[in-house]
Design a protein around this ligand. Structure first.
Ligand code: CA
Length: 251
């Protein structure tokens, strides 16, 4: 991992001291919101790199790694969803946590519905405390680190999971997954036939984040099935084990 502390992409960036500290890319065209976010990140001793457009953000995401990306949905030119997908698809930050900012509840739904690859979202106007709670939770969870022994592609029936590139294909067709969906799929497919309780999956996918409940596991499974299963209502890959949890069907 390399850093370039000297880069300052827009006026108002918080200056980086030589000591390494977590770095956050903040993408927002409204300067007052961008600077407010950066002010509070700075107070938490986080390095803040600002981008005021999607194309600047993408260029930055391709050139260096960040510990977190705060990405506004409404941007001139490339919108947040497009930027998010591009970061996930082809950048050094394919596995970095992404917090999406949206202006309205309907947009939040859109972010989730489109499954752009964001890990969490926050609806504007948001309180600084809520923002920082999300930021801390995402930083604590960190990158969806790849286990050294799971770098090799995982082949399960017609599904191919490439942990190193964070890529999944179903019958040869690429499927876009969020970090959490990817993590869940990887856990289940690595151990076909083994039943995981919701609590175990919570621990493995959310790494002890405080704002999630076992219901989140059900929601995530539902979303994953929509993307992976020929018939999500009658799954053949991710099976429910009543009273216990979930498992990948035996191969
Ligand atoms: Ca905006």
């Amino acid at each position: 991992m390399w850093r370039n502390a000297a880069i300052d992409y827009s006026e108002g960036s918080v200056e980086s001291p030589p000591a390494p500290r977590p770095s956050v890319l903040v993408v927002e065209d409204e300067a007052n919101i961008r600077e407010l976010v950066c002010l509070h990140l700075g107070l938490e001793h986080l390095e803040c790199v600002q981008a005021d457009s999607g194309s600047t953000a993408l260029a930055l995401a391709r050139s260096r790694r960040f510990d977190l990306i705060v990405l506004d949905l409404m941007l001139p030119g490339l919108d947040g969803v497009t930027v998010c997908r591009a970061i996930r698809r082809e950048s050094l930050n394919a596995d970095a946590p992404i917090l999406m900012l949206t202006a309205r509840r309907e947009e939040s739904d859109k972010v989730v519905g489109l499954d752009s690859g964001a890990d969490d979202y926050l609806t504007k106007p948001f309180g600084v405390r809520e923002l920082m709670a999300r930021v801390r939770a995402l930083l604590r969870r960190g990158r969806q680190r790849v286990e050294p022994d799971s770098i090799e592609p995982l082949i399960y029936k017609h599904i191919r999971v490439e942990p190193a590139r964070r890529r999944v294909t179903v019958g040869g067709t690429p499927v876009e997954l969020t970090s959490q969906e990817f993590q869940l799929l990887q856990v289940l497919l690595s151990h076909p036939g083994i039943v995981f309780s919701r609590e175990a999956l919570l621990q493995k996918v959310w790494k002890g984040a405080t704002f999630v409940t076992v219901r989140s596991v059900d929601t995530l499974v539902k979303r994953l099935r929509k993307k992976m299963e020929a018939d999500p209502a009658d799954p053949s890959v991710i099976l429910t084990v009543w009273g216990s949890g979930y498992k990948a069907a035996d191969v």
